[in-house]
Design a protein around this ligand. Structure first.
Ligand code: EPZ
Length: 423
């Protein structure tokens, strides 16, 4: 296991290219299962989660060509020789559940391991399952697997989600494209990754309306054909790196950044003292206030403040000129970065789903441990501003969702390196 060493105190200046969205790619890849013709994805990020999804699709009989250093994924799904998604792959990445809907829709059968929880919460898939049953699937849960059948195919239905689950919306949207008749999905997720998925499915011949709103209407079609689709920019990586010039008092342009992908986050960052300018090539961010200003944050489904940017915002607010309150409403255990930030001198009180951050004038570098993907990058952001050296261990968490972190941050002047754990 590697570790990352950051020596803080340098104002970051320059440009950071933003990659394609991990959370879009992880639903676009299973969408390939809906057609016997190949789906080609461009602007794909080169990440361990993408390699895990590739492994899963290959275990089902797909061919996945990863070209141009992982930027282009050509997925051939002429036939699915195996309809079982094994636990040993699914346990590594929960998004594996997203092969369930497409396999059911295409072949009327699927056996998918239940993903189990992860560090940030139990993360059940009950909404995925009740939604598929509404579309006529017969599900049998036994020995940790969902055994699913749709004899005669899925049938269109009206289904209202109890919660606007991102993954459940993606699974049901994909399944409905091949269901017989009309499907109306209500109270669905509105994230940009859902909009991107709908665009790709439409390019494959699907008949979809309403993406980005709380209701999706899908007219089932008999077959989908192949397509080429460019993966949307990663708004979570974008938001993460927008914090870098704020926390180090520099000025950075995020190439490919679009304000509409991070509107609610940008409003909070401006309240904290950022000036955000849309340029022809991306988003330029710099701090215009003397000190970082405290702001209160509540994480919500899109278009609210993204839960995936909560840890990064907390790192910034540890240095604010006052007290900020962060409320995590999406996951039940997403403050594991707080004790690590406290080791660096942050003053944070956590009570259940609420963290109260009393700003301090400086952080001091320390050895800290990454516990989950977004917590790990929040420790690096804190290290960029801290006095002295911060050593972040267990950085395999980072590799799941952040491509070339060391290269991107050293490219704007950060003093950062990656070394083997035992060095
Ligand atoms: C997606 O996870 C993202 N992952 C997550 O990003 C992101 O945090 C999350 O959406 C929320 O925005 C991918 O897209 C691969 P949910 P997902 O279903 O689909 C509960 C990252 O850091 N729920 O919207 O699993 C669930 O327990 C990752 O990139 C049910 O109760 O999110 C959670 O509390 C982390 N039953 C809440 O809803 C269900 O059937 C949000 O889950 C499904 C979800």
């Amino acid at each position: 296991m590697d570790k990352i060493i950051v020596k803080g105190g340098t104002g970051l200046n320059g440009q950071i290219p933003i990659s394609g969205a991990k959370n879009a790619c992880l639903t676009l890849m299973p969408a390939a299962l809906l057609s016997e013709e190949p789906l080609t994805l461009t602007n794909a990020p080169s990440l361990s989660d993408i390699r895990t999804m590739t492994q899963l699709l290959e275990s089902l009989g797909c061919e996945v060509a990863s070209l141009q250093g992982g930027r282009v994924l050509a997925i051939g799904t002429e036939r699915i020789s195996n309809h079982k998604a094994d636990y040993d792959i699914v346990r590594k990445m929960r998004a594996s559940i997203l092969v369930l809907g497409p396999m059911l829709a295409r072949d009327g059968e699927a056996v998918v391991s239940l993903p189990g929880g992860c560090a940030i919460g139990a993360r059940p898939v009950d909404i995925h399952l009740t939604g598929l049953e509404a579309l006529g699937a017969e599900l049998d849960l036994r020995d940790g697997y969902v055994h699913a059948k749709a004899t005669g195919g899925l049938k269109g239905a009206v289904y209202t989600m109890p919660f606007a689950s991102v993954g459940a919306t993606e699974n049901l949207l994909m399944a409905a494209t091949l269901a017989k008749g009309t499907t109306v999905l209500k109270n669905v997720a509105r994230e940009p990754e859902i909009v991107d998925l709908a665009k790709c499915l439409r390019a494959m011949g699907a008949n979809i309306e309403g993406e980005g709103t709380e209701t999706l209407t899908i007219e089932g079609v008999d077959k989908l054909h192949g397509a080429t689709h460019q993966v949307v920019t990663d708004r979570i990586e974008l938001g993460t790196y927008m914090i870098a010039p704020m926390i180090t008092n520099g000025e950075v342009e995020l190439l490919g950044g679009r304000r509409d992908l991070v509107e609610s986050f940008s409003q909070k960052l401006e309240a904290a003292g950022a000036e955000i300018t849309q340029t022809d090539t991306g988003l330029r961010v710099k701090r215009v206030s003397e000190r970082i200003q405290p702001v209160d944050v509540v994480t919500e489904v899109h278009p609210g403040f993204p839960t995936d940017l909560q840890a990064q915002m907390m790192a910034l607010l540890t240095l604010a000129d006052g007290t900020s309150v962060l409320e995590e409403r999406i996951f039940e255990n997403r403050f594991m970065h707080a004790p690590e930030l406290q080791r660096m001198g942050a003053n944070i009180e956590v009570h259940g789903g609420t963290a109260t951050v009393h700003g301090v004038s400086k952080l001091k570098g320390a050895p800290v441990m990454a516990t989950d993907l977004r917590a790990s990058i929040s420790l690096i952001l804190a290290g960029l501003a801290a006095e002295g050296e911060t050593v972040v261990s267990r950085v395999y968490h980072l590799d799941r969702g952040y491509e070339h972190v060391v290269r991107k941050l050293s490219g704007v002047g950060a003093n950062i390196e990656r070394v083997p754990e035992n060095q």
